[in-house]
Design a protein around this ligand. Structure first.
Ligand SMILES: [Zn+2]
Length: 155
């Protein structure tokens, strides 16, 4: 079960709406029980423009987090005793499934890069309406879906 604050849930959905029709991506940090959303720039289109052979897909269907932004988010986490809780990205006009590409990105070799992190996928359609949000985690050598429990900070 992924416990996610209603505020963080709202923020990642808003990010997906802003980014539509491109995929959004970002990281959720955890500090003293608080979820902190850190949106990241999706540089997929930039890479696609530079090296279309290597990066054949556009940001409509893929994402690459800006490495420098990721670096600063990880640094922030380390310096402030925060945990990397989750990675999120959106699927414009597609379901909130964990695709083969998502799996390959999370597990580039045999072991996942961040085995204790949750991956959140936001399904968003052309009216910028979030249809579905699902969470996946690494368990027994594969990714399994886990339910999301939204909680209010004031509870
Ligand atoms: Zn995906």
């Amino acid at each position: 079960m992924l416990k996610l604050s209603a505020k963080a849930f709202y923020e990642i959905c808003e990010h997906a709406k802003r980014a539509y029709p491109e995929e959004c991506c970002g990281i959720i940090l955890l500090k003293d029980g608080m979820d902190i959303v850190r949106p990241c720039t999706n540089i997929q289109n930039k890479l696609h423009a530079q090296e279309p052979n290597l990066y054949s897909q556009t940001a409509r269907v893929a994402y690459v987090m800006a490495p420098q932004e990721m670096f600063y988010i990880f640094k922030e986490a380390e310096e402030n005793d925060m945990r990397i809780k989750a990675f999120y990205h959106s699927h414009p006009d597609h379901g909130a499934f964990f695709s083969e590409e998502d799996k390959n990105q999370a597990v580039p070799w045999d072991e996942p890069l961040h085995p204790n992190c949750v991956y959140i996928v936001i399904s968003i359609y052309n009216n910028r309406e979030v249809k579905d949000v699902r969470a996946y985690t690494w368990n027994h050598r594969k990714f399994v879906e886990i339910p999301i429990d939204k909680f209010s900070m004031n509870r």
